[in-house]
Ligand binder design. Structure first.
Ligand SMILES: [Zn+2]
Length: 629
């Protein structure tokens, strides 16, 4: 079934209220609908609730169509296309296009999901950009978080190695990643500072401005374009206690004075009310918790939260505790941050894990990664008593200074349980404000929009529900929903010179590109479907030897099965299966000269699939192997 054609939605400032957001084209399609492949494998109806919105291909612009699309683009018109980050957390990437010039903002990765078993990362789909790589004038990276820059090493060459613009910290973190990857071209990095104004191409000028986030050197960008000024806020929060936030607000006001066409607004926390928790409050609470701890402190946070790490090390020094870093990514980031002066500590503050027993318990602070309950991270090894040097004991205080990313709740629960079982006191964000999110909640977003006075807002970063929450947030400051544009990944918007935004009916490929081992993009939907099927009902292999002359099965067919049934206890089923296979093969080959083995295999697969389902109500992957003698 082809997707319903979406009519362009045109909005101008004088438009009557929009017709709401419920009329969007349905994006969710089931795997069986999208892929007619191998239907003959399973004749019985199959339960499959998984959606393949993210793997959706039909109707998007690939190959010839993409060229058609390129021709379809109007000259002297500004286009905006989000390639990721609008229907998930992560994979942030979008681009602006005007005539023969393209400017990309961010190139992030996304963590694998339940729907993508075995995959290492999900990265933005750059197929459209690759076809136009000679037009790419700049790749702007807003900050040093993986969900904004992590895909660069995988796509740099495919994009023709365009110049990358970013701050010094981004350069260092990115270079570290690139060093770990083989065969990546030397990057062409242009270092920028806040308040720099850089001409990227004939039609694009980028003006960078500082925003407050959980990593230093985060920059928003005001892109001066022929259609007006497009302001992209990156990830940000407001921290009213920090001096730089006051400067940030003044900067927003200055941009507002220039006249903002569209504001691209971080919506990660748009569905929360209120204002950001001040990092100073977090710091004070951490200090109080530290000074009350009698034994060792084990504190976990994200390795990317460099600002938080700097505070923690500072408090540790004040309270005369030595710091042990547990986790390679944290060690790397700490070194980079120290070399650039973002973290300062005295020699001797950091000690190696081997020295842990040289100091009294109340002189030790262990800073660890793995707060999301990741299987192989340092914290889980401590919790599972598998760590070589760190063993939890009575009187330890375990502090989680981070929020739980949705989907990781079970792993985090296991961590908390195991630490508590072994006698540690566990303190989380629920007990005390010991974590402040890096993303502004609803009331802060409204305040920023009020200062910036954009004509339009395109909410970015986060699921549809979160982005749509901005309709309520902005209502309080008099911005109606006709000025809030909710796009989906891959949609093409026209940003008009006459104060209008049109979400066109054109789309660009934005479905998942998966990184698995050394392969980039070679794991397709069909591979994932096989993986899911194998993980649900296992595999059933039947090997039959067939006489090419007579079409008869020689001997008894062999059976190999994994994850389906325990063979040793299923004699009756196996014996019936062997008889069935023999019968199906011989019926299929009857009077057939020469034997069409594909036809025989398909018959066996279909009949055996139905038979096993009828007997067990399970659907293993059935693989018939016919050997001709
Ligand atoms: Zn971030």
């Amino acid at each position: 079934m082809p997707p319903k054609q979406q009519r362009p939605r045109i909005r101008t400032l004088n438009d009557p209220p929009s017709r709401g957001y419920s009329d969007r084209r349905p994006l969710r399609r089931s795997f069986s609908e999208a892929s007619p492949l191998r239907q003959n494998e399973h004749s019985a109806p199959r339960h499959n609730a998984t959606s393949d919105r993210k793997f959706y291909k039909e109707g998007s612009l690939t190959g010839h169509e993409a060229r058609g699309h390129a021709q379809a683009l109007k000259r002297d018109t500004l286009y905006y296309v989000p390639l990721g980050g609008l229907e998930e957390i992560g994979r942030n990437c979008s681009f602006f296009e005007y005539n023969d010039e393209i400017v990309i903002i961010d190139m992030g990765i996304q963590f694998p999901e339940e729907e993508t078993p075995g995959v290492d990362w999900i990265i933005p789909n750059t197929s459209y950009l690759e076809k136009k790589k000679k037009n790419i004038r700049a790749l702007l990276i807003t900050h040093g978080h993986y969900d904004h820059f992590g895909a660069v090493p995988y796509v740099l060459e495919r994009l023709g190695n365009p110049p990358i613009y970013g701050t010094r910290l981004i350069r260092e973190i990115l270079q570290k990643r690139l060093n770990e990857m083989p065969n990546v071209p030397k990057m062409r990095f242009v270092e920028i500072k806040n308040r720099d104004k850089v001409k990227l191409s004939e039609h694009f000028i980028a003006e960078f401005f500082g925003v407050s986030h959980t990593v230093p050197d985060t920059t928003g960008v005001a892109l001066h374009t022929p259609a007006g000024i497009m302001v992209h806020f990156a990830d940000f929060r407001l921290d009213y206690d920090q001096e730089d936030t006051v400067q940030n607000l003044q900067e927003f006001e200055r941009l507002s004075g220039l006249g903002i066409h569209t504001l691209f607004l971080d919506s990660t926390n748009a569905d929360f009310e209120g204002h950001s928790v001040s990092e100073k409050l977090v710091e004070a609470n951490l200090e109080k918790t530290f000074s009350e701890a009698k034994g060792r402190i084990i504190l976990s946070t994200f390795a990317s939260m460099i600002t938080r790490m700097a505070e923690i090390v500072k408090i540790a020094e004040k309270l005369d505790r030595k710091v042990i870093i547990n986790g390679r990514s944290m060690k790397d980031n700490l070194e980079i941050a120290k070399s650039l002066g973002y973290i300062k500590y005295k020699p001797g503050t950091l000690i190696s894990v081997e020295e842990i027993n040289k100091y009294k318990d109340d002189k030790i602070l262990i800073l660890s990664t793995g707060a999301q309950g990741q299987e192989n991270a340092g914290l889980m090894r401590i919790a599972n008593r598998e760590h070589k040097h760190i063993h939890v004991k009575q009187g330890d205080t375990m502090i989680f200074s981070s929020s739980v990313i949705p989907g990781n709740e079970r792993g985090v629960q296991t961590l908390k349980d195991n630490f508590t079982r072994q006698g540690a006191i566990v303190i989380t964000n629920n007990d005390l404000d010991i974590h402040s999110s890096g993303h502004a909640p609803g009331d802060d977003l409204a305040m920023v929009a009020k200062i910036c006075k954009p004509k339009f807002i395109i909410p970015i970063h986060g699921f549809y529900f979160k982005r749509a929450a901005n309709i309520q947030n902005m209502k309080q400051i008099g911005i109606g929903k006709e000025r809030i544009i909710l796009m989906d990944n891959g949609q093409v918007a026209e940003l008009g010179k006459n104060n209008n935004v049109i979400v066109t009916d054109k789309t660009v490929d934005a479905f998942y590109v998966m990184v698995d081992g050394l392969g980039i993009g070679d794991v397709q939907e069909i591979v994932l479907r096989d993986r899911r099927m194998l993980s649900q009902d296992g595999i059933f292999v039947i090997i039959a030897v067939v006489d090419a002359q007579t079409g008869q099965v020689k001997g008894s067919p062999d059976i190999i099965s994994r994850g389906f049934i325990y063979l040793k206890e299923s004699h009756e089923l196996l014996s019936h299966t062997r008889h069935l296979v023999k019968r199906v093969v011989e019926e299929s080959t009857h009077n057939m000269h020469p034997i069409n083995y594909t036809h025989v295999r398909d018959n066996v697969r279909e009949r055996l699939g139905s038979f096993l389902f009828q007997k067990t109500k399970r659907r293993p992957m059935v693989l018939p192997v016919i050997i001709e003698v």
